[in-house]
Design a protein around this ligand. Sequence first.
Ligand code: PHB
Length: 357
Amino acid sequence: MTAPDLFSPITFGSIEAKNRIVLAPLTRNRAGAGNVPQAIAVTYYTQRASGGLLITEATQVSPEGQGYPDTPGIHSPEQIAGWKKVTDSVHAAGGKIVLQLWYTGRISHSVFRGGKTPVSASAIKPSGHVYLPGWTKADYETPRALETTEIPGIIAEYAAGAKNAKQAGFDGVEIHAANGYLIDQFLRDSANQRTDQYGGSIENRVRFLVEVTEAVAAAWGSGDGVGVRLSPHNPYNDMSDSDPVALFTHAAASLKRFGLAFVHVVEPIGTPNPIAPAIKAAIAAPLIVNGGYDLGTSQSAIAAGETDAVAFGKLYIANPDLAERLKAGGPYNEPNPKTFYGGGAAGYIDYPALAKA
Ligand code: PHB
């Protein structure tokens, strides 16, 4: 048997992927009325089906989980029907696709929440700006700390999102526990100063993630269709932690019992003190890494046993046939950052594939 590389098949729990090239979850802000995925989303995901696994853009599990304009949801019948068109088309093209379950927490605004203040682990306002509907910029608001008694209701929304994703035909779900959104706000101590069983010690800060994962795995039917995304070092959304190595290796060890499909770690290449391999060992699930990888660095990371698969973001935005292009060693289209967020077909479904020889 030859050593695996980027083009070798891999099994993520119950999901058989034809290669180890993964579409990273990418916010594109092109949902229609009611935050329903549109026909252009069907085209966008289907164009990328030659990758082994597609992870959808972050998708709010409830109306109150939203924090950006025109992001899709997975809480209404219309959204489920919209996503079903995506999954049917990706499957017909031979692809596999999982839905990313999202609740933004403090990275939101009362305008998205029917006038209600955003919620978080603690009442700590992040630095930075939120974009309101229509793309006007506003300061973040100081969030309200969730009452201990409210937490089961939020967990139930993640579980309902997983059930709805199953109904929409997805191959699995990814729990978004990264990048400063609600679960990460519980994990990292710059955002969590709670004094109940969800704050303080590492074990307590990991509790919300573990309870969400338990509920999502039960809603899905088992853990083997469920992945988790973590970002131990990412400062995005005003996040930090006093001991990320201890926190995230404990988080991974706490998730081992669910037999998850994969763990997905946002850890830009060259990150000092990388802990993705320790996370993989602790969780005992296939590892997907994400953050600035190219063909050469992906192949060396897989060959060295540092990861099992690699998720690509910007490169996959600009190259729908990324798997074929990596196989050919390029060339690659350049991504245009002006069309990353919002708009329509331009910069979304009009990047050309390589001409067939
Ligand atoms: C964003 O819309 O800026 C965004 C969304 C989800 C992420 C990261 C960034 O995980």
